[in-house]
Design a binder for this molecule. Structure first.
Ligand code: CA
Length: 243
């Protein structure tokens, strides 16, 4: 029965990895390079999400207001206005997560953009797997009902009191270790990119190294292991970490 086999990308169920699997995610891409735009569309649509795109800043802002997407991917170099200006304008009225798309030459701009309220950035040329991992995190950073606690087996985190216990016994972490554990718990089931964690902890991803992060991660894992929670944090080489 051929008519029963005509499942299109649009009718595909949302991927399990994405929270709220029943609702389709909408991504707005503001990017003037047609090749990059096309590539982003293919990668994002292959995950069952909808794509809206704009090649100019002003059009992008208008589409943002009209379509109310879940995430914006914003190129910094646009023909009609600076990407940072687009970000400043949308931040005046919207809390939407924004992923910056930039080229290597735009490092200073990238840092400014993070300071202006972008969640994360992806450098061109981008890796599809990494882009999708970052999108998942961006979706989760969308303001939602705050979760007061996290439970995973015997591990419990009380976010309001900043208390971590395993089977009722309290664990002691440094502020950095706690921040790492918290961001992984908040994104349970998703790989959290290393750059995202570094930005969260040190603010500036350029001056912090993967080695610094590894040291804190190893101490965090050791404490969890001693408490009987060995292997709770998984590593994806080159991408990030996950609970
Ligand atoms: Ca551009």
């Amino acid at each position: 029965m051929p008519e029963e086999n005509t499942q299109t990308l649009e009718s595909r169920p949302a991927q399990e990895n994405f929270e709220g699997a029943s609702e389709t995610r909408n991504v707005l891409i503001i990017e003037d390079d047609p090749i990059a735009r096309k590539l982003l569309r293919v990668v994002i649509e292959s995950e069952g999400m909808n794509v809206i795109d704009a090649e100019k800043g002003r059009v992008g802002l208008a589409k943002l207001a009209k379509a109310q997407p879940d995430v914006v991917i914003l190129d910094l170099g646009l023909p009609d206005m600076d990407g940072k200006e687009v970000l400043r304008r949308l931040r005046e009225w919207s809390d939407i997560p924004v992923l910056i798309l930039s080229s290597h030459e735009e490092i200073d701009d990238k840092v400014d953009a993070l300071d202006c309220g972008a969640q994360d950035y992806v450098t061109k040329p981008f890796n599809a797997k990494e882009l999708l991992a970052r999108l998942r995190v961006a979706f989760r950073s969308k303001p939602s009902k705050p979760e007061p606690s996290f439970n995973y087996g015997d591990l419990r985190i009380d976010f309001s009191a900043r208390i971590v216990t395993v089977a009722g016994k309290m664990l002691h972490f440094t502020p950095i270790e706690y921040s790492i554990l918290r961001v992984l718990a908040k994104n349970k089931g998703c790989f959290v990119p290393k750059t995202y964690i570094k930005k969260l902890i040190w603010g500036n991803v350029i001056s912090s190294t993967d080695d610094q992060l590894r040291v804190h991660m190893s101490s965090l894992r050791k404490k969890l292991k001693e408490a009987g929670m060995d292997g709770v944090i998984k590593t994806e080489n080159g991408v990030g970490y996950m609970i």
